[in-house]
Design a protein around this ligand. Structure first.
Ligand code: HEM
Length: 169
């Protein structure tokens, strides 16, 4: 039974990587698409681009994000990857999710206030997405040994007189 589960790791990894390629690619494309909502263009052009951003966000990017997270969570248990680099990676995944929600908020605002809501310049959401992606890829590909000793000793050891009680040595 366990061997059978272990043999599914490559499959989950393929699903994880395929889904996150769509997720991350979509998050990078959406800010550029959002910037093309030109209130001075024709109504038809506006409708087409609005429909495209809405479909991309709701039917491609968000489902891909859910699949990437589910497959990644399975991989944690299958690979028994309870290691510091993974927790650091998850912190950056949380940032990516915040950027995802921000882009979703812009998509919703453009739908609710067509022609009035001015999307931010694409460089800002692209930057918000690119920083966690680069950090995640660095962590997951380099798998650095983060043993928790990133602080100097003097920051980890309580000093005499700092606490209102005795610290056993
Ligand atoms: C909640 C979200 C996520 C979880 C729980 C998760 C978890 C994992 C786990 C456990 C692995 C297997 C690591 C190993 O085989 O040693 C993995 C592989 C990988 N993840 Fe994620 N991940 C998540 C999101 C992401 C995102 C957003 C990216 C990219 C931006 C990403 C990129 C990768 C890559 C490239 C691999 C393959 C690494 C390799 O095989 O060496 N993951 N992920």
């Amino acid at each position: 039974m366990l061997d059978w589960l272990i043999s599914t790791i490559p499959l989950f990894k393929i699903v994880h990587i395929a889904a996150l390629a769509i997720w991350c690619g979509g998050l990078l494309a959406l800010p550029v698409m959002l910037a093309r909502h030109d209130p001075n263009g024709t109504l038809d052009d506006y409708r087409i681009i609005r429909h495209a951003t809405h479909t991309t966000y709701t039917l491609c990017v968000t489902p891909a994000a859910v699949i990437a997270v589910i497959a990644g969570t399975w991989l944690i248990f299958l690979r028994e990857a309870f290691v510091p680099w993974l927790f650091a990676k998850l912190a950056f995944v949380a940032l990516l999710v915040v950027a995802h929600a921000w882009i979703g908020h812009i998509v919703a605002k453009i739908a609710e206030q067509p022609g009035f809501h001015q999307p931010p310049r694409p460089i800002f959401p692209i930057f918000a997405v690119l920083v966690p992606i680069v950090a995640i890829l660095t962590l997951v590909l380099a798998k650095p040994v983060l043993n928790g000793n990133v602080f100097p000793d003097w920051l980890l050891v309580p000093r005499n007189g700092q606490l209102p009680f005795e610290v056993p040595s």
